[in-house]
Design a protein around this ligand. Sequence first.
Ligand code: LUZ
Ligand code: MOS
Length: 761
Amino acid sequence: MKNIDSYTHTRGESIYLDDIPLIRGTLFAACFDSPIAHGKLLSIDTSEAETSEGVVKVLTHKDITGANQIGGIIPDEPLLADHQVHFCGMPIALVLADTDEAARKAVKKIKVQIDPLPVITDPREAAAQNELIIPPRTFKIGDSAGAFAKCDHVFEGKCDTNGQEHLYIETQGAYALPQENGVIKIYSSTQGPTAVQRAVSKVTGLPMHMLEIDVTRLGGGFGGKEDQANTWAALCALATHITRRPVKYSLSRMEDMRMTGKRHPYSSDFKIGLNKDLKIIAFETTTYQNAGAAADLSPAVMERTLFHCTNTYFIPNVTATAYSCRTHLPPNTAFRGFGGPQGMFIIESAIAKAADELGIDAWTIQHKNLLHSGDELPYGQKVESEAHECWNRADELYNLKSIQDKVQDFNAANTLYKKGLAIMPICFGISFTNTLMNQARALVHVYTDGSVVVSTGAVEMGQGINTKMLQVAAHVFSIDPSRVKVNSTNTYRIANTSPSAASATADLNGKATLNACAAILVRLKEVAAAELNVAEGDITLQDEFVYVNGVKTDWNWNKLVLTAHNKRVSISEHGHYATPEIHFDKTKEKGHPFAYHVYGTSITEVTVDCIRGTYEIDAVKLVHDFGHSMNALIDRGQIEGGLVQGIGWMTMEEIVYDKEGKLRSNALSTYKVPDIYAAPKEIDIDFLKTEKSSLAIFRSKAVGEPPLMYGIGAFFALRNAIKHFNADVKPAFDAPMTPEKVLMNLYGQLIKTETPVMTAV
Ligand code: LUZ
Ligand code: MOS
């Protein structure tokens, strides 16, 4: 089945926030944000802005009617700066004007006095000064210190991953409309309508039932709108609450890049111990997360880093400690993978380091240590592994030896071009790590004409969730998909939603939809049984007809639902789903936090131009554990998109803050993202059908985040190509591997491994 949005997308008819027709009297908002990363805010002078043409009002923290607080996990983030600024781009004042242009023009007339304070941009420096968001956490299995003594080989090292700009095509924004009796309706480009509702409630002081949040679709989220859509919705709603006028704010690209947080950079130390058979016996890591100026989702992201720091390998002795470090950057936030990719980069770096030192290929070590079913991860969960199935299938299908030979032959025949190869096996845990968030609800109405409408807590952001929800309803009722419509996500229809995140949206909302449809189906069967004078157990619905013991009757779907209604039987249902079996005890750091894991193996081939340092990704061939894919087209799209986004993070996307905490890569002229030319020349995806996990919707495993981590293979493939050119060089584990870094590595000029910092000009 095609994505149900493809028709309106192709015709440019899909409605995004900025396409909503404006109501007369709409005010346009624009932020004045801090030009300084850290300092005492001594004064805000808005007088000139207030008299600027078209300006209706300028709001500061003094105008906030509720609490000046938008922190989700920890209340440490003011909406508008009051006595201090903590990062460049922190909102200080909000201009409301008759037009977008007037608002942005007036912003430039605001003046502030800020007494600068010392700026920290480096997480290790923050940790040294005890600037931590939460106390450090340690995951532990076995006795790593004791185990190292018994290892034949022990290696230590350091690795770094940089941040990543979400670069959703649709920037952040909100549109707030005053309704009767003080109610405010808010259109928001958010992954979390309930998160927006809570934040707006806190800031305005209005109870949640006075706030209706509605989301039709987003032009991309990638985690950037899990928590950070709240700011713009809260600002617009506050302005509507005060002025009783509609207020809209749709950020420009540069505003968005400057003011919002990104993927968390991490800097990590590692130590790995192997026995002579290349089994990894012990692993230790200490990792420093750059959280930025406020907690946002950083504690949860840090937790997922710990969950994934052994990737898909069984290691009996592990000690992993993580620090969430407060710096003066915009608060970093959720980004596809949610700290998992950063954790996986650490163990992959440790394995590559061991391979370097032992003079062998990393995949020899990788293969020997893949998880088996029943193996226990450092956090206590025993896995149902598909790691060997994926690896073996990849080898069988793509013939690893022949790819190795091809690379070797090419490298023997060429001096100025070198090829590199890497394998990236993945294992990603599915569920929100915060157990209570693993619940969802759906509202299903059948109308008397036989048409069906489904509302869930799921937000469509291009990932195809609405198509999957539609498929669930059509499947359970056994009706034509054209009979089902999926409604916008609205807090008056579905309450207390978890954000569309953690790859779990289709599972959670799909199962809630399934439960709602199944409950209606039971009642419809009761009606049919009574009408046909047979037992309920004899009734089935197939292709829009009632069957009795497998024999088709003349009762069709329309007749059945109309009869049910006429007999005063409800043909509506509100379904609830909560993931069974999951639990986690933070005091012990042990439990069973994930419904299941998703596995896969990718093979990445690259070619480096050894004069220029430029490179191409020749091919990524992968075997992915889909379970039973319920929509192969949509799932393929998720794999391709995730893969290329991961390659971007690992190779070309380079976020640069200067020492003063100012974003230097603040536009698409200075921040390079993959385009069609940067995409692999060949992407080969094998759909591995697996059976072990039954908690996925229709056994169709979560597919949103796992493929991003195949991109990590590009870093190690480039590193291997460099080593084929210059055997003396051991490139630092410092992602992204930009062409500049490739060039310097090729000629043995090792560059610093810290997050790149430029001096301000
Ligand atoms: N968001 C969240 C997530 O709040 N908790 C999670 O565990 C998570 N995982 C992945 C992506 N977003
Ligand atoms: Mo996400 S990182 O699943 O919002």
